[in-house]
Design a protein around this ligand. Sequence first.
Ligand SMILES: [Zn+2]
Length: 225
Amino acid sequence: MVGLKAAIVPVTPFQQNCTILYDERSRRGVVVDPGGEVERIAGLLAERGIVVERILLTHGHIDHAAGAAGLKTVLECATAPLGAAPLPVPIEGPNEADRFLLEGLEEQGRMYGVAGARNVTPERWLEEGEQVRIADYDFDVFHCPGHTPGHVTFFNRQLRLLVAGDVLFRGSIGRTDFPYGDHEALLAAIRDKLYPLGDDVTVLCGHGPGTTIGQERRSNPFVRG
Ligand SMILES: [Zn+2]
C-alpha cells in the first residue's frame, strides 16, 4: 500500500477493528469505525502525530459507531488553538438507512453492557457512487445492504484497497440474523459489487484478519465468485 498506512485498534468487547488510515508523510488521515475506547484511539493518534480530517462509519452497529460522537468531541477540542474555534472533524457515513441504529446506540449500549455509547448523527450520509476522501485518495462508496440496511464499503482503485466493515470476512460473511437483516441482499452485494473489484484487492475487515478478494472468491464457504 503505497502512501497510505493502516493502524488497527481492536475495540469494545466485540474486538472490532477500528482502523486508522493515514498518509505516512503528511500524517493526515481518517478513523474508520471508532466503536469505543475513545481514549485509547485518541492516545494512539497523538503518539503517532496523526491529524484526523474525518471519521468514517461503515454501518450503525454499536461496536463500529458508538465512540464516533465522543472521538469527534475529543479531536475537535485537541486541535483547537487556545481561544480559537475548533477545527471540525465531520462524521461521514453510513447510508441513511442506518439512521435508526445510530439513533439507538445508547439503548444498544445498555442492552450489551457497553459503557459510554453515544447516539450520533453524521454530518454526511453516503450514497452508492459517491466518494470519500482519505488523506490524498478518493475512495468510492459502495452501498452493501444485508448485514444492516445502510452498510457502506470504501474502495480505492489505485491502492487496490477495500474497507469492508462487516460485509466480508476472511472465510466468512456478516451476520444477517437481525430483524432487519437480509441474507440474499448481502450475498448479492458481495457477488455483484465486491468480487468484480479484482483478485489482487486487499480487504480490511471489521473483525479478525484481513484477506484478499481472490482468496474469498475462491474459498469463502458462503459465497463463491
Ligand atoms: Zn455489524
